[in-house]
Design a protein around this ligand. Structure first.
Ligand code: TXA
Ligand code: MG
Length: 339
């Protein structure tokens, strides 16, 4: 397939280019677009055949549902059967933004989008390009993260080009995404609401709005528990290299020694590189600005595959604030967790 790359400045978006992409959506095509979390792979949410193409392009299992993106509160009512009072409270505080609500779906939403579930995931992004694209398309846009299934989500145009060039009609290059982690997902079809995926909005912030149940599984630990969200059972965000996550930092040296024949790459924040003299190192942000760790994480998980070295040994963080969400992704990316 021929892929057209459209470079659009998010601060001053060229509406002619946005309309060109919106037309492709209306005609049943695929458009990759930036949001403030990660890049999305979009199609008209009301066009079942177009949505099937999403699963094919990213090799996503059909039982893993998509998020429906809207550009107004009115559009939420087009796809959701009913909005409970608590959901409305979160919606008014957090939308538009890096937040997704699971609500009971209207029958107009196809089973392909929801993977046969009677609920639908809804997000109202804040990114100017995403908002304009949805508005100009005139329909909600179904979009998962624009990576090949299992790979780290794309936070830069080059990541999308790597994974999606030749598989979609248009890639909008709108520069790096702001948060670098996918949206926070809360399921409002349960009482109390349940956190399914932490993201740019982390537990402490959510609890200030209203009570949300935080299951152990939201930490990203592999568990025997039945997955609460279909996406939870798949391996995620993983580099091709084996990644060992060391949560007890006092064990770093021991783990590095154990894997020394594999020529390990140490993944750690800027402040700690001195400790690993003589090793290959990749820096993931700074402890002084914890959001930089979230923002760089997926880029770093892609970059290690291009480095020499046979295994990644990553430092863990405390499950606090935004690092709670970072740890969720790291644990899912890890093939071994040392606690
Ligand atoms: O920030 C984001 O959320 C990005 C951007 C593009 O909006 N999208 C994204 O989509 O991360 P995706 O498909 O990669 O992750 C959506 C997750 C999946 O784990 C899926 O299983 C879950 O949401 N999900 C979707 N619909 C659901 C539903 N009805 N019930 C429970 N989980 C659902
Ligand atoms: Mg994804």
């Amino acid at each position: 397939m021929k892929t057209t790359i459209l470079k659009i400045d998010p601060e001053n978006p060229d509406i002619t280019l946005i309309r060109k992409a919106a037309k492709v959506i209306k005609n049943g095509g695929l458009v990759v677009f930036p949001t403030e979390t990660v890049y999305g792979l979009g199609a008209n949410a009301f066009d079942t055949e177009a949505c099937k193409k999403i699963f094919k392009a990213k090799r996503r299992p059909a039982d893993n549902p998509l998020i429906v993106h809207v550009a107004s509160f009115e559009q939420i009512y087009d796809v959701a059967e009913y909005i409970p009072k608590t959901a409305e409270k979160f919606m008014k505080k957090l939308m538009p933004g890096p937040f997704t609500m699971i609500l009971k779906k209207k029958s107009i939403v196809s089973d392909v989008v929801t993977a046969g579930m009677n609920s639908v995931a809804i997000r109202f992004p804040e990114h100017p390009i995403a908002k304009l694209l949805i508005r100009e398309a005139g329909v909600p846009i179904a979009a998962p993260s624009a990576n090949i299934s299992g790979r780290p989500s794309p936070t830069k145009a080059e990541h999308v080009i790597e994974d999606m060039y030749g598989k979609v009609d248009i890639i909008i290059d709108g520069g790096d995404t702001l948060y670098g982690l996918e949206s926070t997902i809360i399921n409002f079809t349960t009482d109390p609401p349940t956190l399914l995926r932490p993201g740019p909005l982390y537990p402490e912030q959510l609890q200030e709005i209203d009570y949300v149940y935080i299951p152990e599984i939201a930490k990203g630990l592999k568990s025997q528990e039945r997955p609460l969200s279909p996406g939870m059972k798949y391996r995620h965000y993983a580099p091709s290299k084996k990644l060992v996550l060391v949560e007890d930092l006092s064990k770093m040296k021991e783990v590095l020694e154990k894997y020394k024949d594999l020529d390990p790459i140490v993944l750690c924040p800027k402040e700690r590189i001195e400790l690993y003299k003589g090793y290959k190192i990749i820096v993931v942000g700074s402890l002084e600005n914890k959001f930089s760790i979230a923002k760089n994480l997926f880029d770093v998980l892609r970059a290690v595959d291009k480095m020499e070295g046979g295994i990644v040994v990553a430092e863990g963080f405390d499950d606090k604030g935004i690092l709670f969400s970072v740890m969720n992704r790291l644990r899912k990316a890890a093939s071994e967790v040392i606690r």
